[in-house]
Design a protein around this ligand. Structure first.
Ligand SMILES: [Zn+2]
Ligand SMILES: [Zn+2]
Length: 307
């Protein structure tokens, strides 16, 4: 497979770009770029970074689809940078083992964009090596509503003026910087205690995500991205013929051989779609659970819980 990029030639390199904080979301990272840039309009910054209008600004998927356009503007090798951002700032590693075939009746996973743990935010602001609050990736996983470390509920609005952190078509300002009302994250505004079950779910989700991130090399993240997010895998030419491989090639075929996951994942999807446990999928994506499920052929409608 060719590793070349088919991108517009007009792209210019950015004069600077901030380094990522630990486990920072891509939306948080580009919002910090906007705050540091000389651009006064969100629209201008967004066009510069992605070459598309802000109406296409959506960071709720496993990775933003204009990522290749973006990395071409950073110094360094684009493919390596793409792998690094997919590893450090996106959610592909979490969804990769299960979303592998086009014919799967599986709901699109949606990630949160501005789930904030007030205790983490205050800690980050007080940390001399960070100095500001930012959006943690681990807090945005589907179904996760509490911080696994502090056992507190997330907020997505300003605790003082109730303004939503996420504004349509805008980069994030508060809680990265002070809210317009004057509020900023500090030990004075601590989080509300979350239910024990929500904290346990958050811990499970954290563990699953960590395990998958650790086990998944950047090359697989890129393959998934090209096949399922920006679909560039289908635009690459091989000789005189366009490559028309089915979507279930590569990762999917390998996983199916190892785990017999089609039947298993379909059962999980039906269970989630039945609405009885809409948050279950994060825990359900553990390959070991899926493997056990395939082996024992249990009743397909039973809930599968992370062991
Ligand atoms: Zn926290
Ligand atoms: Zn406010």
């Amino acid at each position: 497979m060719s590793s070349s990029f088919s991108l517009p030639t007009k792209v210019r390199q950015l004069p600077f770009f901030p380094a990522s904080f630990p486990d920072e979301t891509f939306y948080s990272l580009i919002s910090r770029y906007f705050l540091l840039s000389a651009h006064s309009e969100d629209e201008v910054s967004f066009e510069v970074l992605f070459g598309v209008p802000t109406s296409q600004m959506d960071f709720r998927g496993p990775a933003p689809f204009r990522l290749k356009y973006f990395v071409r503007q950073l110094p360094g090798q684009s493919r390596i940078l793409l792998g690094k951002i997919l590893e450090a700032n996106c959610f592909v590693a979490l969804v990769l083992p299960v979303i592998t075939a086009a014919d799967w009746d599986f709901p699109d996973p949606k990630f949160a964009e501005t789930n904030i743990c007030l205790d983490c935010a205050a800690e980050d602001r007080d940390d001399a090596s960070i100095g500001m609050a930012y959006v943690h990736r681990i807090h945005q996983l589907p179904g996760v509503t509490a911080c696994w470390r502090h056992a507190t509920k997330f907020v997505s609005t300003c605790p003082r003026c109730a303004k939503s952190f996420r504004q349509p078509g805008k980069f994030l300002t508060a809680p990265l910087v002070d809210c317009g009302c004057g509020w900023y994250p500090s030990v004075q505004t601590t989080g509300i205690r979350a239910a024990k079950s929500d904290v346990e779910f958050a811990m499970n989700a954290h563990r699953v995500f960590e395990q998958r991130s650790y086990k998944t090399p950047a090359s697989r993240l890129i393959s998934f991205f090209e096949m399922h997010v920006d679909h560039s895998a289908f635009q690459k030419k091989h000789g005189r013929h366009r490559w028309r491989a089915p979507i279930s090639v590569g990762i999917a075929e390998k996983l199916e051989q190892e785990y017999s996951t089609i039947e298993v994942a379909s059962a999980v999807a039906r269970y989630i779609q039945s609405g009885r446990c809409p948050n279950a999928w994060v825990a359900n994506l553990n390959p070991h659970v899926l493997q056990g499920r395939a082996r024992h052929r249990q009743n397909i409608d039973d809930p599968i819980l992370l062991g």
